[in-house]
Design a protein around this ligand. Structure first.
Ligand code: HEC
Length: 156
């Protein structure tokens, strides 16, 4: 017997949720295959984050470079957000090869990219550098497990 009584008790209110007909999940429409996801979304977004900070050593000394305007910081944040959300796109049913290690790598990508979002929001150059260093091994680890043919130089 289903417990869907209309009694005005707290318990009935709680049960009411369980009696609702489940709404089917929306239909996703993946656009790119895995190679395209990497080349068109993940790699370009990561490159903006990685390329945003650098250390230039010259005869005059060492110069730390980073985003230097509102627009530049926003650009880094936006690309970090694309990378973070790309982690979710990698988890779509048609893309994820398993619900095991793949999920961990995708979540790790999102977390590391979120650190880059926070760094950009705080305009913290060294935190941005740290976030970039956190992102890189996630790419490598997932490739090692799921795309070993890419070779040791990946990602570029
Ligand atoms: C959850 C797993 C996963 C993560 C995380 C991941 N990749 Fe990949 N990547 C793959 C797989 C799988 C392939 C192989 C795709 C194929 O050839 O079908 C690949 C391939 C690539 C390629 C080569 C595409 C080609 O043309 O052969 C590039 C570039 C790339 N990834 C960049 C990155 C970068 C940069 C990151 C980190 C910011 C990253 N990937 C993170 C799974 C991942």
């Amino acid at each position: 017997m289903r417990v869907c009584l209309g009694a005005a008790t707290m318990a009935a209110v709680l049960f009411a949720g369980a009696c609702r007909r489940p709404v089917p999940p929306p239909e996703f429409r993946p656009v790119g295959d895995m190679k395209q996801m990497m080349n068109w979304v993940v790699d370009p977004a990561a490159n903006v984050v990685w390329g945003s900070v650098s250390t230039v050593v010259s005869r005059e000394g060492t110069e730390e470079r980073g985003p230097d305007s509102d627009e530049a910081w926003a650009d880094v944040r936006n690309h970090a957000a694309m990378l973070a959300e790309a982690g979710n796109l990698l988890l779509m049913d048609d893309r994820a090869p398993d619900r095991d290690a793949w999920t961990g790598f995708a979540h790790a990508l999102t977390s590391a990219a979120q650190a880059a979002i926070r760094a950009a929001e705080a305009r913290n150059r060294s935190a941005l550098l740290g976030a970039g260093e956190q992102i890189y091994p996630v790419c490598l680890d997932c490739h090692q497990r799921y795309a070993p043919g890419l070779g040791p130089t990946m990602p570029r």
